[in-house]
Design a protein around this ligand. Structure first.
Ligand code: FPP
Length: 447
């Protein structure tokens, strides 16, 4: 929810009114030094007065490229250049422009409402599933979504649970009658987290699926083709897997696309993979956005070239408000590096006096590793026949169910993935407890 609102804020900042704001030029991309980079990476931007912005490229050789980028953007402003300073003057609003603006802002608001409605729908679905599986009680279901704000407003309008709460046409943005979707989702996840310790039955479908996509090279070799042909087939398999998750109601999918160690592969393969990633981002992001997928990346992205980094950032910004599927691509990622980074941030906090060493525990460290905003993966799949974790999500997989298949990644399809899901559904997740405890909720409950 916060991300949807942040995306709305981001989009509204970009709307050109009569008032100068640096956010107006945030999305401008400049072709400089052989790649496309955000304007902020080649110039400083300042508000000169209420109606003008001053852009100062750090290197005079890119002044022309910045001018070109401004003209090519949809801002409708003409750069006024003197030496290395580019001034953008914003004309006062006409009546017509004011009317257009109203429409643009209305459109942005509608998009945000749709995103929030999706979150609400997903949360309602999760709650219903939890209720069906008896992982939460009717009572918990009835109280879902209550937050302190509502009590302060004296909102008496809610009944017990029920579908109607999630079905307001405005997604609850403007009204007081429905539970806030954030609270709804949080409660559903919290209830699920508690249920993890009391239920022998895993959720019918994993909420979070993590996959090592192995076997592209062998798939290509079997066909006497270069390894990159296998990676290209692997990219097509990624699409099938995303579609599968959307169809089965899986809320999060994390794919291992490129490990920290993969940088050591032959330069030709690394270069080919980079092109493949860039091409996939260019081709697929709009469609993923349309499907309600929120795209994210984990790993040391600063190791990628600027164009790819910019595309990753743009994809994250564009899809930030989506809630049907959280698709995370682990790229230049290593589990050990992830944990080491988390430990370093804690050490920095200790050194700065923000944290005492005694306060460091698993929860604190867990909050600093990648994917901390998602439930831990319920199911891990590795294709390609190898039986190892290969430095993927070492922290996050502590209690994940593991499933391995000989199927090479480019051959993955719904039938194989359904087998994994069926196996997962048959497992008893005990989280360190004993069977009796996880079977009888009353015996293991802590709160
Ligand atoms: C492992 O197979 C696979 C990789 C290192 C690359 C994964 C990349 C893709 C699936 C393609 C594109 C992905 C996205 C997200 C667009 P391997 O090369 O180690 O295979 P092998 O074990 O048979 O040699």
């Amino acid at each position: 929810m916060a991300k949807s609102i942040e995306a709305l804020r981001h989009n509204l900042v970009k709307v050109r009114t009569g008032r100068a704001s640096t956010g107006l030029v945030d999305s401008i991309k400049v072709v400089a030094y052989g790649s496309e980079v955000p304007l902020s990476q080649v110039a400083s931007v300042a508000v000169a007065d209420a109606r003008s912005l001053v852009i100062t490229p750090w290197d005079k050789t890119v002044v022309g490229a910045v001018e070109k980028a401004i003209l090519a953007s949809d801002l409708g402003l003409t750069p006024n250049t003197a030496g290395t300073t580019i001034r953008l003057n914003l004309p006062a609003l006409t009546e017509e422009r004011r009317r257009d603006l109203t429409k643009v802002v209305h459109g942005e608001g509608e998009d945000a409402k749709v995103a929030i409605r999706n979150i609400r729908r997903d949360a309602n679905h999760q709650v219903k599933e939890l209720l069906k599986d008896k992982q939460i009680t009717e009572d918990e279901c009835a109280h879902r979504g209550r937050d302190p704000e509502d009590h302060r407003r004296g909102d008496q309008g809610r009944g017990r649970g029920g579908e109607g709460q999630g079905s307001r046409a405005d997604g609850g943005l403007s009204g007081h009658a429905g539970p806030p979707a954030d609270a709804l989702a949080t409660n559903a996840l919290a209830a699920h987290a508690r249920a993890r310790h009391v239920s022998a039955q895993p959720a019918p479908v994993p909420r979070h699926l993590a996959i090592i996509m192995d076997g592209n090279g062998r798939w290509a070799q079997q066909r006497h083709r270069p390894r990159l042909v296998g990676h290209r087939a692997g990219a097509r398999a990624v699409k099938r897997c995303v579609e599968f998750c959307l169809q089965r109601g899986i809320a999060a999918l994390t794919l291992f696309a490129f490990s920290s160690e993969n940088w050591g592969r032959p330069a030709e393969e690394v270069g080919g993979l980079m092109k493949l990633f860039l091409g996939a981002l260019e081709r697929e992001v709009d469609e993923l956005h349309r499907l309600g997928v929120r795209l994210g990346f984990i790993g040391e992205r600063e190791r990628f070239e600027a164009t790819l980094q910019a595309r990753m950032q743009a994809a994250e910004t564009l899809t930030a408000g989506n809630a049907r599927l959280a698709l995370t691509i682990a790229a230049s990622y290593g589990g050990r590096q992830d944990i080491a980074h988390a430990a370093r941030t804690l050490a920095e906090d200790v050194a700065a006096g923000r944290l005492r060493p005694q306060q460091i525990d698993a929860d604190r460290l867990g909050a600093r590793v990648a994917l901390a905003d998602l439930p831990a993966p319920d199911l891990f799949i590795r294709t390609g026949g190898e039986l190892r974790i290969s430095n993927f999500l070492l922290w996050q997989l502590a209690y994940t169910e593991l499933w391995f298949t000989d199927t090479l990644w480019p051959d993955i399809d719904a039938a194989v993935l359904d087998r994994a899901l069926a196996d997962y559904a048959s497992r008893e997740r005990r989280f360190g407890l004993i069977s009796d405890q996880v079977r009888r909720p009353s015996s293991g409950r802590t709160s």
